[in-house]
Design a protein around this ligand. Sequence first.
Ligand SMILES: [Zn+2]
Ligand SMILES: [Zn+2]
Length: 350
Amino acid sequence: MGDRRGAVPQTMPASVYVGDGRLTVRDLPVPTPGPHQVLVEVSQCGICGSDMHLVLEDYARVGTVLGHEWAGTVVEVGDAVAGWEPGARVVSNPGGGCGACRPCRLGRPAVCLARQAPNYLSFGGAFCRYVVAEADRLLRLPDALSTRAAALTEPTAIALHVVHLAPVSPGDRVLVTGAGPVGLLVVAVLRAAGITDITVSEPSPPRRARATEVGATAVLAPDELPRPALGVPVERPYAVAFECSGHAAAAEAALDQLDAAGTLVLVGTGREHPRINHNRMIVLELTLLGAYNYDDDGFGPALDLLASGAVPVDLLVEPDDVALDDIGRAMRRLAEGEIAGKVLVRPGAR
Ligand SMILES: [Zn+2]
Ligand SMILES: [Zn+2]
């Protein structure tokens, strides 16, 4: 191993899952990169809905460090690494599909059977000061993009994939249910793709307000959505609905709002399963789609989109980053709907 740069300490603060829905900050050893790896100092790491499920619903393994939506700066490179140097600002690209399995042959590498599934239950995450990354996975940040904004790369790549999978085009009337961090990003990506008629259904007033700022053309509370008559579309139906809340009732209501030949895209995961009205699906020939993961080209298009200024990063991210010991509180506030945008953790803050 090459010389450890003087600035890198032996230990670092990390937010560790300790069970019962609780996180604690502990000192852990700073990992040593292998020959083909780099050590990255985490600038910011976003709190993902999956982190929240793992903590608040007590799925995570005790001792785990969560957090996968990170961007940072290379501080140390392994002996066999070429083309990267300390100071490079980076994110880690997930990589594409194998090209050979059935989903890949169908052009669906997001669900490649050979793609290494992220093991969120026991994860070497980035709610800590330093992470190790594979050098051949790194993407350099465009000059126009701040490291902080680049922490949105992973959820933006997901939103791009969601919109690419859906049969949506400019001129379509689109519904988004749930205006948390995921729903807001989907709205922003839809706007960037030229879709202008976007209704957002969301119970939380601050989230509705933020959705309007991000580009929704109409916002309403879920109980304002009309109940459809038997076998016919509602009066002003939608071509596509994106369910981003993870709530069963929202998925059921979204399906009810579709036009004939409409599509419901399920994006938000949740504990309760929706009840699908198959009669309505049959009579109106509706399509139900699930969307997960990223396109084959991974994070590159997301970085380009963020750097282009076409999505309002300042509205998608909460203005104040949180320190490691405030992650649990931020998760509870997000779960309550008090916060609209993505919360970024800044491990260097104390
Ligand atoms: Zn995520
Ligand atoms: Zn494959």
